[in-house]
Ligand binder design. Structure first.
Ligand code: GLC
Ligand code: GLC
Length: 815
């Protein structure tokens, strides 16, 4: 089994030791408005706010080789040409290392005694990325070499860039000033922004035409200019503008040269656009290059990237958790992934092209659950933005564009789980902050521009929407789909050119979802608890009543004998029932009925989890989504039956929904099972990377299941709801530190053999050090709770009333 790298936990880095990983292993740079995707060979692209509408550098998805565009460096040393990140040249290196850290990637390559290091990061609150470069002569002889930089510009609107060559080949425009290459396509007309690619030291040449630098019949692996040893100082008029610099270096034995490249997105704002016809006003670009020409400013910017992550991670740390995988995920990588999913939703990654999907209504609400502790103010704004894409009848735009914050009309609405997720995100925000004022914030409905309805109004609209849209069994109507985007019970598509998500008439349809019923139970409990916290007993009681009704319906209509039915199709036939030939049992209805509190008194919840264990689970890969996979396409089921068996929603292991089962086990005190299941999908715990292929430090959306021909293959990493939910699972359900409306609740559910651990949690301005001790080898049940030495009844630590900023908590398990 090949070894590709290891975790350096002390530095919070994943170290990749050979560049030819089984798939590109990606890192995410930036967390405000400027983002960069960066792989272990410096592949990837950068954009400002919106990967579709403001893409700065070009990237070809579905390329061969994979991941073939990026932030490239070339070294020409005598006859040899190489890249420190191995690609694009792929000359064999004498040494290579890539460190993916928090918000930065550091790649180091050595050949024939020369080492080049490229440290890439995005400084906080700035719209640019920096590559700090170190060139070192490790030999005893003077070395002469030429270093080239390279990026290919994108014409900002990525879809057009990728499709409309009759136009794009004639619009490209650049300007060059010193080491500054200004990409200004469409700047003369409606754009008031440009891309700058500059170097902090004097350069010996440049190119801006791809044909000149690379060559029409050459590739990035053998660019003409690099092999010739010098740039041509080309000026791009149309075709494909690029940015390339040439730097000649003579290095004495042991010498090191450092400098930096800056790739910036610049908005001109109110400045005059031009100094003269065709000469843009470059004031802002010059200022940026000037600032970073002082390498002390580069180092300070990098220090602030590191400091920011230190500060963020200090909000939740559990340094001595006995299991190393859970420890590093919960303390570091899972939180990093939560940041990425919050920022990018499902828009841009190695698998999401930045064009197809913007922010998702259900996805972004769930992302908040794992993010809200990090930056609650940003979560607050996001909740209000999302709510504003709801319509006044309760339906929601399924997706919206981050730049415009407007609902995406192509996909529209009619995904009937969408409205309810808003309740979960809002409750999580208020639990974290205690700030109920968010409920009074005006955030109008998308179909009533200027309306001032409050967030609470949206929440009540969501509740009524579900209650008022129910089918023959009294269960919520599914619409185009519920959480499972591919369960399209109203689609009936026979036409391969149609989208499963938008096809089909949902008006008047009777297809129902048990998953939405379970989600409603969960949301109703959240909302009732919130009303109680706010002293609104009548509203709480009203919601309790709806809860009881829905619970009764679920128990009467959805119990299939050994598990919960998944849905009823448009003809009223059960989906996910023992009476079905295939797709007899689905994971989502077990998960949500259990999480919503169904089956608690009659033993069904436990049975439902046992059925998951029996039919869906394997310890190597986790739980498949359903069983048995569909072997034929079913008109009445839609996309779920379209995938080959064992992949994606057709019985693949969809990591996201696995986490709900993990939480389910903790509800029953099954701490050993919870950890075992947690580890079954945990990327850090994957042993065979040639089989798993995806990054070992972030979750993948899907792993091919035991029902597929390639079990254990991970796909679609980074942007998945798994990240938020597994952080909730690990930090709240297993390690048991739960933000509650009235304080911090401690309710662990751990493996029996764990002796204890500590959690440091900053919560509403107070730092809690929570020490959990397990002298009797139990999994769950708090026997005693000491808060600063004083015994407190129950398991909620009340916030200090005397202004203390640190609180010591001791919890002994064993009730
Ligand atoms: C994808 C979607 C998410 C959906 C899931 C299951 O992850 O982003 O919205 O719930 O697939 O279909
Ligand atoms: C979900 C599914 C994916 C599907 C998409 C939209 O994200 O995971 O399989 O293509 O929904 O159709």
């Amino acid at each position: 089994m090949a070894q590709y790298g290891y975790f350096d936990d002390a530095h919070r880095e994943f170290v990749i030791t050979r560049p030819d990983t089984p798939l590109p292993w990606l890192n995410m740079l930036g967390q405000d408005e400027f983002y960069g995707l960066c792989t272990q060979t410096a592949g990837g692209y950068s954009f400002w706010k919106d990967a579709r509408l403001r893409r700065l550098t070009r990237y070809r998805y579905n390329n061969n080789p994979m991941d073939n565009d990026g932030r490239f460096l070339y070294v020409k040393q005598g006859k040899s040409v190489w890249s420190p990140g191995w690609k694009p040249v792929r000359t064999k290196l004498d040494a290579y290392e890539c460190r993916h850290g928090l918000g930065y990637t550091r790649i180091k390559g050595r050949k024939d005694g020369v080492e080049v290091e490229q440290l890439m990061f995005v400084p906080p609150q700035e719209n640019l990325e920096i590559w700090k470069i170190y060139v070192r002569n490790k030999t005893k002889k003077t070395q002469k070499l030429t270093l080239f930089s390279f990026v290919e510009f994108c014409f900002f609107e990525a879809l057009n860039d990728m499709t409309n060559y009759q136009r794009t080949y004639s619009i490209g425009e650049v300007e060059i000033e010193g080491s500054g290459i200004y990409h200004k396509t469409e700047y003369r007309e409606r754009r008031n922004h440009y891309t700058l690619f500059g170097c902090t030291r004097k350069v010996d040449g440049y190119d801006t035409s791809r044909d000149a630098f690379v060559g029409v019949h050459h590739g990035l692996h053998d660019p003409k200019a690099v092999f010739a040893g010098k740039c041509t100082n080309s000026h791009a008029y149309g075709w494909n503008p690029v940015g390339a610099h040439q730097i000649n270096l003579t290095l004495k034995p042991g010498a090191e040269e450092t400098f930096a490249f800056v790739l910036a997105y610049v908005e001109q704002g109110d400045l005059p656009k031009f100094d003269a016809p065709f000469v843009m006003n470059k004031t802002k670009g010059r200022e940026i290059l000037k600032k970073y020409s002082d390498l002390a400013a580069v180092d300070a910017a990098f220090a602030s990237v590191k400091q920011r992550w230190e500060d963020l991670l200090s909000i939740y740390q559990s340094p001595d958790v006995p299991n190393e995988h859970l420890r590093r995920m919960v303390n570091t990588w899972n939180q990093v992934q939560c940041m990425a999913t919050f920022n990018l939703s499902r828009a841009s990654s190695g698998y999401e092209t930045g064009i197809g999907r913007g922010m998702g209504y259900r996805d972004s609400n769930q992302d908040i659950l794992g993010f809200v502790h990090l930056l609650p103010e940003r979560a607050r704004q996001r909740i209000l933005d999302i709510a504003s894409t709801q319509l006044s009848d309760g339906t929601c735009f399924h997706q919206y564009q981050p730049l415009t914050k407007k609902g995406n009309a192509d996909i529209g609405g009619g995904f009937n789980d969408d409205p309810l997720w808003l309740i979960l995100s809002t409750a999580a925000y208020i639990r974290e902050t205690g700030d109920t004022s968010i409920l009074d914030e005006p955030c109008g409905y998308a179909d009533k521009p200027g309306s001032k309805d409050t967030l609470l109004h949206h929440i009540e609209t969501s509740v009524s929407y579900t209650l008022n849209n129910r089918g023959p069994h009294g269960l919520p109507l599914i619409g185009h789909a519920d959480w499972n985007d591919c369960l399209n019970l109203n689609c009936f598509s026979k036409e391969p050119n149609e989208s499963f998500q938008v096809t089909g008439d949902i008006a008047g349809s009777k297809a129902e979802s048990v998953m939405i019923a379970g989600l409603f139970l969960y949301a109703a409990r959240d909302l009732a608890a919130l009303y109680r916290f706010m002293g609104k007993a009548d509203d709480a009681a009203r919601i309790d009543g709806h809860y009881a009704d829905m619970l009764k319906t679920v128990e009467e209509q959805a119990w299939d004998g050994a598990w919960y039915t998944r849905a009823f199709d448009a003809a009223g036939n059960p989906v996910g029932s023992k009476s079905c030939k295939e797709g007899k049992i689905f994971i989502e209805s077990q998960a949500w009925c259990v999480l919503g509190g169904a089956g608690q008194t009659n033993g069904r919840a436990r049975k439902a989890l046992q059925a998951v264990a029996k039919y869906l689970y394997t310890p190597e890969h986790g739980c498949a989504l359903q069983y048995p996979p569909y072997s034929e396409y079913h008109l009445e089921l839609g996309e779920v039956s379209s995938y080959p068996p064992g992949y994606k929603e057709n019985a693949g292991v969809f990591s996201h929904n696995n986490t709900w089962i993990h939480i389910g086990w903790t509800m029953f005190g099954e701490g050993d099972k919870a950890l075992e299941y947690y580890l079954s999908i945990c990327p850090s715990a994957k042993k065979d990377h040639d089989k798993y292929r995806s990054e070992p430090y972030v979750y993948a959306q899907m792993t091919a299941s035991q029902f597929s021909p390639t079990p254990g293959e991970g796909k679609n990493s980074w942007l998945t709801g798994t990240s938020a939910w597994s952080f909730v699972t690990a930090s709240q359900s297993i390690l048991g530190v739960q933000p509650e409306f009235t304080g911090v609740k401690v309710d662990p559910c751990i493996p029996k053999k764990w002796k204890g651990y500590t959690v440091q949690r900053k919560f509403r301005g107070v730092t809690y050090t929570i020490e959990v001790k397990n002298p009797k080898g139990k999994s769950k049940g708090v026997k005693s709770l000491l808060v600063d030495g004083a015994k407190v009844a129950g398991n909620i630590v009340p916030p200090p009333t005397d202004g203390r900023k640190t609180v010591q908590v001791e919890v002994i398990l064993g009730a």
